[in-house]
Design a protein around this ligand. Structure first.
Ligand code: AMP
Ligand code: ZN
Length: 466
């Protein structure tokens, strides 16, 4: 089966390939760096991590850009309260974002771009929109006129004719011709951070940063644009309007949206006391890979209900897989290769691949792996699994972990050094020579727990980090 994604633009499942047949050009809306990311944000970013890994698994190269929103109303207000510049205020949260996402093993996009580094690019797009007759100025601010873009509403599948001019539907305190018109450039306000530009002194609206940076780094038509479901309207609708009205080309071929994470069935909010960051969970003693597993266990287009029971079950599920891996590496099996076991591994791999090809159905992919593990454990108990079947089973685990990335435990403090590994490996060889198998197995397990795998080859012992 071929790789298919659900496209919000068409509301259909569509076969995916990058337009140039080689490199996927993808843009995802990044965090607003005004605070620590919460586990809801992490759900969306984790689903994009799986998307990245699966696209690469399927042989495509990646050019993925993600923005950091480092100027907006909240940032300006919080920075002022903290007596800091917006740059100083956001730098710490941007660093914390990359610390947190690294802990849950999210790959860093090829391109990370900050809004404040791209004011000139945004001004260029706004000027192009001015030339194309899509803007007007009111009280020094520049607005996008949605009646100038007849396709407005095509992503959220909404018709907007009914909107009365002047009705207030958002919190922008600027005068607009039409309630749905949105600001491209906000005129300077006393005491607020501003830039001088040909549009006058002011700062960009939020939506324009994504259109401008996406087109700058990825070209006028992206292969994939992704974000959380709350961004469909108005943010992504506005991104489309700005980009397409400026370039005259389709902005993105595929739009992928991740459903929200809820906590115990409710929207997460500080006032309900059910608001969690990764840092909160680590303090309670949970591991980052438990959260990663939990976030990935529900397909991205379904709501995910976070519970602490669910988090504990995720830890148990990971343990089961790690125990299987340990058994595979350390147990002794009879010589030979069992043909049925080889077939079983091949079947699990094809089920795993078909599930992820089907709009990243992570639940089904995990199901295929667990069913395999259960059956193979039974076969191992009954002597049906042979020494030569280790490779096939290891291959499945490697494919699984290239995507889910939960087998390697997070080690507190510093990871074990190469020198220490060499020393332990030499000690194990000595122990084996002395027929002290208890000690040699103990060392192998100890290293495995640190994410280091030993392989006995004809040339001697080799080791690698997982
Ligand atoms: P923000 O930092 O608010 O711009 O959000 C960063 C990303 O997290 C966006 O893609 C949001 O759509 C997404 N997001 C926000 N809240 C949730 C949630 N409860 N569950 C899943 N994703 C969310
Ligand atoms: Zn965006």
């Amino acid at each position: 089966m071929s790789l298919r994604f659900h496209n919000t633009l068409t509301l259909r499942m569509e076969e995916f390939a990058p337009q140039d047949g080689k490199t996927v050009r993808m843009y995802t809306c990044g965090p607003t760096v005004w605070n620590y990311v919460h586990i809801g944000n992490l759900r969306t970013f984790a689903s994009q991590d799986i998307l990245r890994r699966w696209l690469r698994y399927r042989g495509w190269e990646l050019r993925h850009a993600m923005n950091l929103t480092d100027v907006d109303d909240r940032i300006i207000q919080q920075a002022a309260e903290a007596g800091q510049t917006i740059y100083d205020y956001t730098a710490g949260y941007a660093a914390a974002f990359f610390e947190d996402t690294a802990k849950v093993r999210l790959e860093k996009p090829e391109i990370v771009c900050k809004a404040t580094d791209h004011i000139g690019d945004m001004v260029d797009v706004i000027q192009q929109l001015e030339k194309n007759g899509c803007t007007y100025v009111s009280e020094g601010s520049v607005y996008f006129r949605i009646t100038g873009f007849p396709e407005y509403g095509k992503l959220s599948h909404t018709r907007f004719e009914g909107n009365k001019a002047g009705a207030r539907v958002d919190t922008d305190k600027y005068d607009k011709e039409n309630a749905r018109d949105f600001v491209l450039w906000k005129a300077r306000k006393e005491g607020e951070h501003f830039w001088d530009s040909q549009l006058g002194a002011g700062r960009p609206g939020w939506h324009i940063e994504c259109s401008a940076m996406a087109m700058k780094y990825l070209g006028e038509t992206l292969d994939i644009h992704a974000g959380g479901v709350d961004l469909v309207f108005p943010h992504h609708e506005n991104e489309i309007a700005q980009a397409e009205a400026a370039s005259g080309k389709p902005f993105a071929r595929f739009w992928l949206h991740t459903e929200h994470l809820m906590v115990e069935g409710q929207t997460m909010s500080k006032s309900l006391g059910n608001f969690y960051t990764l840092r909160d969970l680590l303090e309670k003693g949970h591991s980052p890979e438990s959260l990663r597993y939990l976030l990935l266990s529900v397909p991205y287009r379904k709501q995910l209900n976070f519970t602490f029971d669910g988090l504990r079950s995720a830890a148990t599920a990971i343990d089961r897989l790690r125990n299987f891996e340990l058994r595979l590496h350390t147990a002794r099996f009879d010589e030979g290769v069992d043909a049925l076991m080889e077939e079983r591994a091949a079947k699990a791999i094809s089920q795993f691949e078909a599930a992820l090809d089907d709009d990243l159905n992570t639940a089904e992919a995990l199901g295929a792996v667990f069913e395999y593990v259960r059956e193979v454990n039974t076969a191992m108990d009954a002597g049906g699994f042979r020494d030569g079947n280790r490779v096939g089973a290891g291959n499945l685990l490697a494919k699984f972990d290239a995507i889910f990335d939960v087998l390697r435990p997070t080690v507190a403090g510093n990871a074990i050094s190469d020198d220490e590994i060499e020393k332990l490996s030499a000690e194990r060889t000595q122990a084996k020579k002395a027929k002290n198998f208890a000690r040699s197995d103990e060392i192998r397990n100890l290293l495995l727990a640190q994410g280091v795998v030993l392989e006995d080859t004809k040339e001697g012992v080799r080791w690698k980090r997982k």
